[in-house]
Design a protein around this ligand. Structure first.
Ligand SMILES: [Zn+2]
Ligand SMILES: [Zn+2]
Length: 231
């Protein structure tokens, strides 16, 4: 086994966004600092920005949506791409830090006591990728903010096609309908709890909506859905 190659995968020798040398980091300082950050939450139904973090358009939205920055930010997209498609697990670190800065530094959101949990991958996809990228982000995000973390509040019921950029919103909704269930082993934790769902990218919000439904059905109170980037 060539440990040099393993080392390069854990910590790429160059910034994933610009290629500059970064020692044992993943992204260089200037690229990380230049990532565009949002300063509001979004409506979980129509994705409108919510000034003062209040529901103003759809009071019945199943969750408040948070996204740290836009997916068309090249450096943010490069981190996500490195994590999901290049097997660079260490890219979860800066993504979690960006998300924590957004929540605590910009929104000043008090999430004390809320349980952070990732959107689960299908077991098949998790095996092929080697990890659940959202779980890596959620774990570090929770540790940074001192929040409880539980990796398996939800389970994936069926293996579906991944949500793809070519799908319209109806196809996305159909593709994920009923695909999550609360894990029975954690039923007592979910009942009455506030839950923070974490994913890498939010596009239409349909995946978060299905996950939120499963948590609500299991008795969760407030649900925050947080993504590192919003497409
Ligand atoms: Zn860079
Ligand atoms: Zn709305």
């Amino acid at each position: 086994m060539d440990f040099g190659i393993i080392g390069d995968i854990l910590f790429p020798p160059a910034c994933v966004a610009c290629g500059a040398g970064v020692g044992n980091g993943v992204i260089c300082g200037p690229c990380a600092a230049g990532i565009v950050r949002y300063g509001t939450l979004f409506c979980g139904t129509c994705m409108a920005r919510l000034p003062m973090n209040r529901k103003i358009c759809h009071a019945d939205a199943p969750y408040l949506l948070g996204a740290a920055g836009p997916y068309d930010d090249a450096a943010l997209a490069a981190l996500i791409h490195a994590l999901k498609f290049q097997g660079i697990a260490a890219a979860a670190g800066p993504l979690a830090d960006i998300l924590a800065d957004y929540v605590a530094g910009r929104l000043r959101l008090d999430l004390a006591g809320a349980i952070a949990t990732p959107l689960p991958l299908s077991p098949k996809r998790e095996r092929s990728r080697g990890f659940n990228q959202s779980a890596l982000i959620a774990r570090r995000f929770a540790a940074t903010l001192g929040l409880p973390f539980e990796e398996h509040l939800l389970k994936r019921a069926i293996h579906r096609k991944p949500q793809s950029e070519t799908m319209d919103i109806l196809e996305r909704r159909e593709n994920v309908r009923g695909c999550f269930a609360a894990d029975e082993a954690h039923a007592r934790k979910i009942s009455g709890a506030n839950v923070i769902l974490v994913d890498d990218v939010v596009t239409s919000g349909t995946t978060f909506t299905e996950a939120a439904k499963a948590l609500k059905a299991a008795g969760a109170k407030k649900i925050f859905a947080l993504a590192a980037a919003k497409a």
